[in-house]
Design a protein around this ligand. Structure first.
Ligand SMILES: [Ca+2]
Ligand SMILES: [Ca+2]
Length: 102
């Protein structure tokens, strides 16, 4: 078997704030997806926040969830969930959800 040479591995990206948000939301998705089926529901988000006693305006969450659920199946894929890193969702609830990664 040939040995892989990793001499041309890409250099890591600088740790900018934007990348931190993406990494945190990524981790938050895994925390929220309690049954690990690859989707997060509104109930899972509420449960995760309640479990950590993180306050979040329910109306803002409902609105953001509904708008990010592009196919309207009542659950967010990882791709749909990543919309929380963009405005206006980032300011309304995305930053709060990222706290679940801590
Ligand atoms: Ca789930
Ligand atoms: Ca969906």
């Amino acid at each position: 078997m040939d040995r892989l040479v990793l001499s041309d591995a890409p250099t890591p990206l600088p740790m900018e704030e934007q990348h931190m948000d993406i990494a945190q939301l990524d981790q938050a998705f895994r925390v929220i997806d309690a049954n690990r089926n690859g989707f997060v529901t509104l109930a899972e988000i509420r449960s995760a926040l309640a479990g950590r006693e993180i306050p979040l305006d329910a109306g803002s969450l409902d609105t953001a969830f509904g708008e990010l659920d592009k196919d309207g199946d009542g659950r967010l894929t990882h791709a749909e969930f990543s919309g929380f890193q963009m405005e206006p969702y980032k300011s309304s609830v995305g930053t709060t959800l990222a706290k679940l990664a801590a």
